[in-house]
Design a protein around this ligand. Sequence first.
Ligand code: URA
Length: 434
Amino acid sequence: MNILDVIKKKRDGNALSEQEIRWAIDAYTAGDVRDYQAAALLMAVFINGLDDRELWAWTSAMLQSGSTVDLSGLKGPKVDKHSTGGVGDKISIPLAPLAAAIGVNVPMISGRGLGHTGGTLDKLESIPGFDTRLSIDAFVRTVREVGVAMIGQTGELAPADRKLYALRDVTATVESIPLICASIMSKKLAEGIDGLVLDVKTGSGAFMKTLNDSRKLARTLVGIGKSAGVRTVALITNMNQPLGRFVGNALEVRESIDILRGQGPDDTTELTLTLAGYMAYVGGLVDDAGQGRALAQAALADGRALEKFRQMVAAQHGDPRVADDPDVMASAAHRKEVVADKSGFVAAIDTVAVGMAGVLLGGGRLAKEDPIDPAVGMEVFKTVGDPVKKGDVLLEIHYNDDKRLEEAVGMILGAYQVAETPPEKQPLIYEVIE
Ligand code: URA
């Protein structure tokens, strides 16, 4: 086969065969196809798309470019959750132990924060000693013994995606629904799961800004799950404002512990319980997600979920005292209140700007190798729809280094839109796609 013929065929709007896709992906992973040729093929896909058959061939070629986790010896369902990302989205941290507490095995492989979005691995690493780099053997052992483990992507799983994603990042080919879906699903399917719950974010802080695009993304992801024989459900959820009360790595772990104690904010608690209900449902433990939610509620109320979190932290070499005393994590030396400059109602929040303000203060990273300060973040006091009076605290910044503080304050003030009339109420969960 010849890469030029494959590029030309896709450039001209024709469908590629399964053999052509598999060959191109294998040859690129092996280094036999050059970056500039793969970039041309990616752009042809970006422009002309992939039909369902091509998309499945592309996803399975990426999946089979590496090894898959063998969880076949585990009793009970193996289910993961994936979020398309946002600001304040700490849900995986309370959700994974909660789902494990009701009988779901949770082999969760997560990512780091980049740009305005946070990453579960960075948050977990705020817990002193917590090791997100377990070997695959230790990962499987921990899931078997505890019911849950949370680690980072390893080089063995879907290596084609690692190479292609890096190339997409520098060739303006990230925002393609088929490429995003193949990328996410090749990594998730490599975990050896039999069920998957997707939290597809929509709104100002999400990858997909409109409900229509989020719906397309969700349907495509669910379609790939179906082709792979993995029971997959997608929830489309609100990312028009930071999720929950805290943004920032250690602060989000604190909120996660509050959720596990039954003392979390309404929105993050509700989303955690609902997603746990769907994990039990796709795992076949219950007949519907409502029954699963009731199981999850009981496990929060009687402390089993918090105990599972404590066990997971200990198994991954973290300090388990964090479950009872979050002060073992770093906290920032200084705080700065950001106050409303006029009265009215919070009409909208530019969530990307809030996330980027946190990044400027050291709470996130702009380049993959940037260090982060786990203590940096913010507490959100006013959210969309809230009445505000001039001088009310909108949000409080937690910081250590004031070099870019004024810039961050300006970004947050600019992010809050205050209007004379209240906005229409927005749902937390828009739709469920099965
Ligand atoms: N996340 C991924 O893993 N891949 C994409 O392409 C986009 C988001």
